[in-house]
Design a protein around this ligand. Sequence first.
Ligand code: FAD
Length: 403
Amino acid sequence: MDLKSGYPFWAVKNGLMCKFPQLTSDIHCDVAVIGGGITGALIADELGNHGFEVAVIEQRDIGWGSSAASTALLQYEIDTHMVDLARRYGEFHAVLAYRACADAIMDLRNLADELGDVDFGMQESLYYASKRSHKSVLQEEYDLRIKHGFEAQWLDAGGLKEQFGIKAPGAILTRLAARVDPYRMASRLLLRLAEQGGRIFDRTVIDTIEPAGERVTLRTEQGFQVDAGHVVMAAGYASQKWLKQSVAKNRSSYAFITDPIDPSDLGLLASTMVWESARPYLYMRTTGDGRLLVGGDDDDMDIPERRHRRVEGKSRGLCKKVKKLFPELPVKPAFVWGGTFAETEDGLPFFGAHPQYGSRVLFAMAYGGNGISYSMIGAGLLRASIEGRQHPLAELFGFSRTG
Ligand SMILES: Cc1cc2nc3c(=O)[nH]c(=O)nc-3n(C[C@H](O)[C@H](O)[C@H](O)COP(=O)(O)OP(=O)(O)OC[C@H]3O[C@@H](n4cnc5c(N)ncnc54)[C@H](O)[C@@H]3O)c2cc1C
C-alpha cells in the first residue's frame, strides 16, 4: 500500500539518505526487526546497543514509509486527555502513560544529540480550546496535570491574545515538546547500527512468519530465510494485516510546509508548536530553518489513489485555517502531502506479544498522534520483554487491555 501522497518534505529535502543491500542468503540473528521506519530504527538501535545481534528488514528503502510523511511534533500530550485515560484505566495508569511520553522526549533529545544534524529542537506546546465549550474540559485537564507534577501554564483568552495573537477561550502552554526530522533520524540511527555491526536490508519483503519452539523463521518473498530468537513487527500500518484481531483504524492526515518565514513574522511560533482541542485537530510547528509545517484535516481515507487527489484541496483548507488564526502571517504552501496513520480506540499504542503468534513475535504498533514518542517508549518496553524483565507499561500498552 502506498503510505504517502504528494511531496513529503523530508523526502524532498534529504533525498535517499542510505542504501542497504537486499537479503540474498539465509541468515541467523538474535532479533529480526521487520520495518525500517522510525519505530524499527529506534527499537533496533536500543537492542543493538544492549548486545543483541539485530537484523532489520525493510521492503522499501529505509524510512520511506509513513516516517517520511510525519510532521514529527514530539509531545508528551497524548491525543486522549489524561482525564479521559484516568476515567478509563484509573489515574495511576493515565499518569504513567503521560510520564512515559514526557521521558520519551528527553530520550529522543539525548539520541538526537548523539546522532547530530537531525533538526531536533526543543519547543513549547500550546494547546488551545477550539470552542467556548472546550474551555472547562481543558481546565480540568490542566488541573489533573498540575496535580501530578507536570509542568504547564494556563492561559486565559486575554493572555492568549496578548502572547500569541490567538483568539480562543483558553489554552494549556507546556515547555516540554520538541521537533525532529523523522526520516533523517531513522536513517542516521540505522547507518550507525550498520557501522556497529547490525545488518540492514532494504527492498526485501517478509512474506511469512513461523514461530516454532525457541526460534522464529521468516521467509522473504525472494525465498530466503531469517532464523531469529525474536521478531519485532515494526511494519507500521501494515502490521495490522498480520493480525486476525482488528486493533486500529487506518486514517489519512494532510500537511504542507512553507518556505522559510522571517523570524519577526513568526514571533513565538518560531519556538512554539500549536494544536487545538477540536477533533480532527489543526497542528503546526516550525523547522530549524524557519519554515512553518502545518497538518490536520484528517479523514478516514485509506485508498491511496483517492488520497492523492485530495492533497491539494486539503492543503488549501489547512492554509485557510492558519490564516484565520494568524491573519498577519504570510503563509504559502511550498510542498503539500498526505500520509497514512492509524488510530486506536483509546489513543494508546500496542507493544508486545499477541496470542496469535506466541511470546517470540513482538508487535510495535506506535499508532496515534504522537507515534514517535510511543516508538521511543516501545524500544525500552520491547527490550525488557526480550530480556524477560517486567516493564511498567507492558500491560497498559499490551494487547491484554483489549480484553
Ligand atoms: C501526515 C502525518 C503526520 C504525523 N504527525 C505526527 C506527529 O506530529 N508526531 C508524531 O509523533 N507522529 C506523527 N505521525 C505518526 C508517525 O509518523 C508514525 O507514528 C511513524 O511514522 C510510524 O513509524 P513506523 O516506523 O511505525 O512506520 P513506517 O514509517 O511506515 O515504517 C514501517 C516500515 O515497514 C515496512 N514494511 C511493511 N511491511 C513489511 C514487510 N512485510 N516486509 C518488510 N518491510 C515491511 C514499510 O515499508 C515501512 O517502511 C504522523 C503521521 C502522518 C502520516
